[in-house]
Design a protein around this ligand. Structure first.
Ligand code: HEC
Length: 215
């Protein structure tokens, strides 16, 4: 019995000695790995915001130039000659009720929280008599176009930074197209609808004059 007990005792001692050495080595390695991990993470943490800020700037720039970019955040401007004839003017009239919280759209209507919007398309920006515009809005008096209204109603604060129009914007492009199709009808002489853009593949080959075949 005594032999067995001593054997076990010695063996246990050896095991725990070996175990301690191995455990020590493993622990040391683990701590080293952890330290390296923390250090690396700290580095990444510092780098990340700087990169994202740069990225956002790029996107905003692309959007404001109005180019048909492939960047996911930038939006393609619709081909008005194609979308306007198909737009749902009644749906647009419904959406306009959201604007009418602040805007009167009828002819000769009053300015409210926002300026009166009759005849908006083609009207020079920030020129409604008797309305006190922000300096951001009155920094530009170029006329409102389909393109500009499409962008402005998407994100008013991005298109006119500093505008006092406190409206978040309409996410859906279809909603904005329908709204613009409705606003277009709210003027004495509705803004012309441009000709649809020619189909892309046809463009390079044919400079042929538009001679109707036979009638
Ligand atoms: C919460 C109130 C509010 C809502 C809702 C609102 N607007 Fe405005 N809007 C304003 C104000 C205020 C201004 C003046 C902005 C400035 O001077 O910076 C303005 C200005 C404008 C202008 C510039 C007009 C000009 O004379 O150049 C347009 C265009 C416009 N809004 C369209 C819309 C449309 C379209 C909607 C609905 C999708 C809408 N707004 C919803 C308050 C609002």
């Amino acid at each position: 019995m005594g032999n067995v007990a001593r054997h076990f005792g010695a063996s246990d001692l050896m095991d725990s000695w070996t175990f301690n050495k191995i455990a020590g080595a493993v622990l040391g390695t683990l701590i080293l790995v952890l330290v390296i991990n923390f250090a690396t993470e700290a580095l990444f943490e510092v780098e990340k915001p700087a990169k994202e800020a740069y990225h956002v700037e790029g996107v905003v720039e692309t959007a404001s130039t109005g180019g048909a970019s492939a960047t996911p955040a930038a939006e393609t401007i619709p081909d008005w000659g194609t979308v306007l004839p198909k737009a749902d003017v009644n749906a647009g009239k419904d959406i306009a009720t959201r604007c009418q919280q602040c805007h009167d759209i009828s002819k000769g209507g009053p300015n409210k929280i926002g300026p009166e919007l009759w005849g908006l398309l083609g009207r020079p920006r920030a020129t409604e008599a008797g309305f006190s515009y922000s300096s951001a809005m009155s920094a530009d008096h170029n006329p409102w176009t389909y393109d500009k209204l499409f962008q402005f109603t998407h994100q008013p604060q991005s298109f006119v930074p500093g505008t006092k129009m406190s409206f978040a914007g309409l996410r859906s492009a279809d909603d904005r197209i329908n709204l613009i199709a409705y606003l277009r009808t709210q003027e004495d002489t509705p803004e012309a609808i441009p000709a649809p853009a020619p189909a892309k593949p046809a463009a390079p080959a044919a400079p042929a004059p538009a001679t109707p075949p036979k009638k």
